[in-house]
Design a binder for this molecule. Sequence first.
Ligand SMILES: [Zn+2]
Length: 70
Amino acid sequence: MPSGIKYCYTCDADEPHRPLTGPENAWLKNRTGQKNVDGYFMCEAPKCRNIRTGFDKHPFDPVIRVPLPD
Ligand SMILES: [Zn+2]
């Protein structure tokens, strides 16, 4: 299984994930109030963009999705 393929809680399937970009990291810090948001991944399935970590398929309840860039 390719390393980027992880289970997505909201897709209920194994989907490609990628690390967050710099602006997405900044957005997530602001969104969650966490000082360190390293280790989060975003589901790349169309229209999903749900966030998980490498270890936790469901770190946020309700789930957090990365907004589309402007
Ligand atoms: Zn997904």
